[in-house]
Design a protein around this ligand. Sequence first.
Ligand code: NAG
Length: 507
Amino acid sequence: MMIVALFNYLLSFLIAHWNTESFAKDDFIYGQFPSYFRWGIGTSSYQIEGAWNLDGKGENVWDNFTHTSPSPIKDSSTGDIACDSYHKYEEDAKLVKSIGVDFYRFSISWSRILPLGTKEKVNQAGIDYYNNLINSLLHHEVSPVISIHHWDLPQPLQDIGGWVNEDLIEHFGDFARILYQNFGDRVKQWFTFNEAWVICVMGYGDGIFAPGIKEISETPYKCIHTILKAHARAYRIYDEEFKSQQKGQVGITIDSGWLEPSDPNNPEDIEASERALQFKFGMFASPIVFGKYPDIVRKRVDERSKQEGRSTSRLPSFDKYWTDYIKGSYDIIGLNHYSSYLVTPASSDPGPGWYGDQDTATSQDPSWPETGSTWLRPVPWGFRKVLNWIKNTYNNPPLIVTENGYSDLPNVVLNDYGRIEYYKGYINNLLKAVIVDGCNVRGYSAWSLMDNFEWASGYTERFGLHNRERIPKESVKFLKNVFRSNGFRRPNLPWDRQSKEQCDIAA
Ligand SMILES: *[C@@H]1O[C@H](CO)[C@@H](O)[C@H](O)[C@H]1NC(C)=O
């Protein structure tokens, strides 16, 4: 067995390197992922569950936000019913199975487990729901992977200030402990937070996401600071109380596009690209890997705060205790990645806050194809670049791609060839990152299982491999084949016929 494995490894290495000599950044390569590689599909609680007020569930910030009048949501919709996954979890588990994945990444509605947000009141119906879902998945031989928090904070915790109140560190730790206690015998991979940048900058800075707070200068930094501590708390609780028995992993999911220098030969654009990456991915990765905010972020926010006449920096600092507590608080890092942006120094200063502090302006190349989301244009080679940047900046940490996906153009129903093209390009660049560049990526999860409530865009942007009636789109066949083949097998052998056909769909 060892010799066969070694031979296969050498063969894929040779094929990959033989290809590299000639391939340009957009070229397609054949090859397979390492045998340990795992494939998955993802969703989140508020986006699919519905049943917002059933069986003892409490109100959360997204319930509150979507029920506000006038509605802050593009089509005035809500997640009250969404995909009704609260009632249809068995169908969901079958759907997940039908794609041929190894794992299903979903999140837990905090208010369904703890209606008031705190451990004093546990809702057994909520525990039952997730037990049923987990058991259905295991019945289909799909591993559950859990995001502990995907944006739907209990409203009573928002009422005491939300993520700027450091009491939430302990409340989050209590919530995580209850999940480990109830589900940890069967769940071996946990991600504490999903895209905390979105919570803090879009929710507490721009105010276009729940809880709708528009305080860009300082509040997002306070929110990030509390969330990093809460993440570390949940990581340490697992490490100290559960890991030796349950033997699972805990990480955090960080979102980042690739930020390409507008002019790759201009040193100012190269510096702007690095600053933008540090303000985005680095805000979270640097504390958990190195125990501090990125140097460039520290320097710029401190200097600007002083110029504004403040006695303290708008960016808080970790004391010795928290530095040690946060540093190293990960077994694995999750990356959510969708698109790329061109970066150059800003031409004007929008003022104090996450945007102004970094002195960057971003845009997208109009020649990149459009999708159903204004912020998302397919740039497959950007995926390989961001994976290499993470490898080089953080000493090649173990990584899982926790989200990657495409939203349909408005006229597309089930014939989603744009999505097939997207996945073909992105997964192929992931393959290059893994087998050519040596990036330590252990798995990949596509987004999303089905069309669902896309936050402030309501149901107008559709990321699903299935529609909301759970009918598969064309892309399911393509991804299923990639997952089963563990990559892209050469089509010139007779038994690879199907693989070739599937690749030709996308060609
Ligand atoms: C949102 O929450 C606040 C504070 O708990 C409450 O006063 C308000 O009525 C809620 N709004 C809606 C629309 O549920």
